[in-house]
Design a binder for this molecule. Structure first.
Ligand code: SF4
Length: 225
């Protein structure tokens, strides 16, 4: 693995803006590149721009920024994101190495790449693309078998009412509500926040409603947060 190179768009320390870890301090490693083109993509700046780093350089940078692994429920953790981090074939090795340093490690992915090489203990936040994203057909159904109940999360970014109905039915057909932390999130500036909240309440849907914290704090255009 000493020769592995990763194209890194940015490494930054911030607060996790999404998912069940929203609000927690987090070091993000954003890899360059994504084969998808979601209609609402907010990280198109990560499609090509980046610098090459070796595995060792990334690990050194992580240790420099975070120090030794912290304790407690809100200790800083590391998240590998993108782009689509699994588009890089060495990403599972990077995840393994980060775990080997003793950090809590999370992965944000669109579920269009095989999850089987990803270490089981890595917290996987898998974005199940809806029809409104334009990329729902890229989903690998076999990835469901690699998700760890009670640990991993399935996220639905919803563009409209049709996406809501589709996502609800998709989860129900597979009995996913009982097994996974299901996250429903509105596309920023597109789906009305209150409409989605009231819809979930009216349906008593067992999902976690979530907003992108970093967009509320820093505004939708700010990168590196
Ligand atoms: S998967 Fe993520 S980075 Fe890739 S196009 Fe979709 S929103 Fe953008």
């Amino acid at each position: 693995m000493g020769l592995a190179h990763f194209k890194v768009n940015e490494i930054f320390f911030s607060l996790q803006g999404e998912g069940s870890r929203a609000g927690r301090p987090c070091l993000f490693i954003r890899l360059t590149g994504c084969p998808l083109r979601c209609t609402y993509c907010d990280t198109a700046y990560a499609f090509v721009a980046g610098e090459f780093m070796t595995l060792e350089e990334i690990l050194t940078e992580v240790q420099k920024r975070l120090g030794p692994p912290g304790r407690g429920p809100n200790a800083p953790f590391v998240e590998l994101t993108g782009g689509e981090p699994l588009a890089c074939s060495d990403a599972p090795a990077l995840l393994r190495a980060l775990m080997g340093l003793g950090y809590e490690v999370a992965l944000e992915t669109a579920g269009s790449h095989d999850l089987s090489p990803v270490p089981r203990e890595v917290v996987k936040i898998v974005d199940r693309k809806t029809p409104g994203s334009g990329e729902s057909a890229r989903w690998l159904e076999s990835n469901l078998t690699h998700l760890v109940p009670g640990q991993d999360e399935l996220k639905f970014v919803l563009t409209d009412a049709a996406d809501y109905a589709w996502s609800r039915a998709w989860c129900a057909e597979r009995s996913l509500f009982d097994r996974f932390d299901i996250l429903f999130s509105p596309v920023w500036g597109q789906l009305d926040l209150r409409w989605l909240a009231e819809r979930i309440i009216a349906d008593q849907l067992p999902v976690r409603y979530q907003l992108q914290l970093h967009k509320m704090v820093w505004g939708p255009e700010q990168t590196g947060v």
